[in-house]
Design a protein around this ligand. Sequence first.
Ligand SMILES: Cc1cc2nc3c(=O)[nH]c(=O)nc-3n(C[C@H](O)[C@H](O)[C@H](O)COP(=O)(O)OP(=O)(O)OC[C@H]3O[C@@H](n4cnc5c(N)ncnc54)[C@H](O)[C@@H]3O)c2cc1C
Length: 433
Amino acid sequence: MQQDYDVIVVGTGASGCTVARELSRTGKQVLLLERGGRVKHVGNTIAMARMAKNYGLTLSEEKNAVVFGQTYGGASNLTAGCALPPLPGMFDSLGIDLSKEAEEAKEDMGIGLMPDELIGETNLRLLEVANDLGYSWQKIEKFIDPEKCIQDCGDCMLGCKRGAKWTARIYGDEAIENGAELLLKAKVEHVVVENGKAVGVEGIRKGKKFQYFSKIVVLSAGLMDAFILRQAGIEEAGSGLACDWLQFVGGIIPGMSTAKVSPMAVGTLEHYDTDGFILTQAFPTFSQFGLAAISLGPSYLSKIPGFKKYTGIMVKIRDELNGNMISDSKFSKPITERDRQRLGKGIDIIKKILLKAGADESSLITLSPTGAHPCASCRIGEVVDSNLETSIQNLFCCDASVLPTSLGKPLVWILVSLSKRLAGHIDDRLTKM
Ligand SMILES: Cc1cc2nc3c(=O)[nH]c(=O)nc-3n(C[C@H](O)[C@H](O)[C@H](O)COP(=O)(O)OP(=O)(O)OC[C@H]3O[C@@H](n4cnc5c(N)ncnc54)[C@H](O)[C@@H]3O)c2cc1C
């Protein structure tokens, strides 16, 4: 069997690009295949929509919205740049210790607290009000370069046009400088398996079929991993799926607005262990807000013109593993009673904070639940082992889908750490081959 590459990486999100970067640094021949194109970071809603699958309007069978990145760099292009580390002991029961890789990632990605002028007055005021109410809000670290970031912008999730925010493209481009190849608009559909070992991939690019061969294949294509694995006979993939449901609550507070401040720069994890949710400042973009208001019914239409006056806070929960991959474009993900209770508890606290900050009760608006972190569909310990290898030799999976459960908090730092660990393991495997 012809082997064109040492490693083929499918998908260029935070995980895929990290694996490619690390392996290319040690001289491995890497091919990166990405289904999307390279949408430019121009910092507007249209670009944001183009970087997401189905323009950000992907719905589960139950009509619940879940956002997937589909461009070079995956969902990392859409983040708020909010950085939470792997918690100590998080993966202990799986025999995984990410402390070394997390430290390395912190340094590489430039993770740190933003200066107060970039956090913004509205955020600092929310933090003060929440703490006056007895909560324990804090400033949150970011993978944003304060030297490139500017005040009163808040466009992080639209694709930062100043290049201040870390995205997986930084690692992908570094991999290319080290000799890796990148093919965009290349949709992988199958893994080629010979004698129980993965030896390559097949897919479609610009209407033509392609086939590439390698010693190792890494799937980093998010939910699509499950579909590809099922095609390869791993039936348990895609059974169970989480997405960290979130809900935004906004209110109009005189003299404040979160429309142009750094999203997710303040918040709290104090309810995480007890109630399974985090709270941070965040609100949707104008067009998302418009769509969300329309979906709530005609009485909400009058709220749309006042968008810029809103101050918003988000609750994000650890949801249940009750989703299911149905086909490559269909999945089921109902919101359970327990999920609604978790969201509801967070919403009650948010309303207290907004009211204390001076919001008029009649201005409060709660938008519908959305999932922004599709994950846990090919879980460690079930679909992959603790080295992220599947039951097919030399076929690995590495992205949010391998998380053993919903984490209900920002994932990028964790995924970069996990991917660095996998790259080390693959390097060892290649040496022995
Ligand atoms: C709006 C938003 C804000 C967020 N904010 C934050 C934040 O502030 N901090 C944080 O840590 N996290 C945040 N997240 C979550 C974080 O961005 C994601 O969890 C993380 O980036 C997922 O990375 P991944 O490696 O799992 O893959 P993904 O980013 O899901 O990438 C998978 C890639 O694979 C490609 N692909 C899919 N199928 C195929 C195929 N068949 N062939 C080839 N390629 C394929 C896709 O196009 C995509 O580019 C946010 C997410 C969203 C949507």
